[in-house]
Design a protein. Sequence first.
Lengths: 539, 125
Amino acid sequence: MKQSLLIGSKIRRLRKQAKLSQVALAKQLEVSPSYLNLIEHNQRALTRPLLLKLGQVLQIEPHVLSGGEEGRLLSNLTEIFADPLFKGETLGTDALTRLVGAAPEVAASISSLYQAYRKARSDAMNLSEHLADNPFLEATSHRLLTLLTSIRSFSEILRDNADLSADRRRQYIGTVASESEKMTDLVNVLFGFFSADSIGRQQRGESPMVAVDEYLEANGNYFSELEDVAQAVRRDLPWGDSHLGGAGLGSGLADRLSKNHGITIEILAGSGAGPALQSGSGADASEGKATVIFDESSKCLRLSEILPQSSRTFAIAHRVALAAASPEIDAMAARAEFGSPAAEDLLRTALGKYLAAAIIMPYGEFQSAARDLRNDIDILRRRFAVSFEQACHRLTTLQRPGAEGVPFHFLRVDIAGNIAKRLGVSGLRVPRFGGICPRWNAHRAFTNPGQIDTQLARFPDGGTFIFLARAQSRQVYGHRAPRRHYAVTIGCDASFARNLVYADSFGAPSENMIAPVGLNCPQCTRRDCTDRAFPTFLD
Amino acid sequence: MSRKILVVEDEPNIVDSLSFLMKRAGFEVLIARDGDTAIRMMQSRPADLVLLDVMLPRRDGFEVCREIRANPDWKSVRIIMLTARGRDLDRRKGLQLGADDYVTKPFSTHDIIARVQKLLGPEDG
């Protein structure tokens, strides 16, 4: 019945397209014009012989007239208008049938718009749930609602106003089409928002930190030109390039600063002076006071007495790095083409610190020691008189072609689970936003500060990593000062197990020694996980 | 004389659809694309009812609503706020500032006409 109702309108439309009058078509069909008129108004059923004849006369396949396509449209529309979105508007089968019959292209548009709306709505709901304060999403959802509002209004106007002029009808259908095209683009943008690459690109403009992270990762966090400078600096030291860490190295570097660059060093009593300086001091700042200050006018490097020896040496090496290689570092930052002065500054700082670490832990010696000690960080840090974090950081840079170390990633995670620093080439995709999986040992490490926690972690895609995590407190000055707690964690693909002294405890691991982990709840498919705190986006 | 509706909305397509709907329902339609213009138009040709979007350039819908309600000459003017679905706070804020009603985007055309007609009552009182 529904189909025959649709056929009348369709014949009428096709006849008009063929520029035939009712009389002319009736003549060719060998029926009376009044009979054809009744068929066109669904007052008479179309017999099969007449259907075949119509196909011949209008030069269309008989199945086009069977109404199957319209039937599908009609059932789609029936479902659509049952949505609570259209609550209170009882649109009966008759009205919908008339719409499908008279303007199937509008019905098809409404149907595809509704699909887009459903998709967009569920995306918008997910996004607003999990990223409620994200300005991009706020703007996008406002734009989506605006597009939906005009699409819905014009669809309803088209549906309810049969007497619209042809021009106006064309104009409104055009608006619906162009607005739905914009909505499709917007929905695609929303989908793209979830891909890590895209998030990286979107953030590049906003977050200098992300831009610098990506640059370091793209270069495997290894910079041969800086390693060459570091080697030259070491060779210039009084004892040549044989290693001598700790205070000895610090005083050698201090001599160099004084002789080559006219820079003196002062140790300050107290927790530092003045506001934190941008360069070389931010990370060591305590309560807004800089622990490392370089006074450009007096060429004096002032170090707070609260800095442990490893940090003092590092600060001096950093100043040597900047004095020795500023032009090289500036050129590298310019070549990165960030288009953002803030990102360039940050990269300059990162490269300066890279060079400082390379001076303190020369590539050749550190890489061979790491290899021979199977990356035993406790021995490495003592041998080179560096902190645990400095040693871990340097391990991530051992990617010289032909003399590679284990490809490690590095993370600094605060006690609330925020990632404060990420680096690495292990192949692990670290989430950019939000926290990380509660099953990572970075969290567990806080229960046993100062100890290295080891974990064999398997991701839903089968990737298995070895994680080492150690919780520590930021050096503070005095008993009353608040302590900052964080975990330093490094890790590598489990296939490098034999290169890690820490993996010995795993032996030949049985399945129950492998922790099933994810990146974070929204990006994890372990639906039955007992640690799940948020629903997954991946449905 | 037909009653006047001031549509305050910055999105051209929504302006088009609202003015079509209101004209079809027998109203005279005035259009303002930002909050400042809305107030200026009210001063020169006061409308009987204002369809007022929340997010507007320059002065937002809340400010316009507040200003209309602060002027005793416009005491009888009806205000319907157009708020975004899911922003309940906007709705409550609008009503608090003296709006008579609200519709959420994407609105139903039947619904918006019905609300306008209900607020304005039958034509000749």
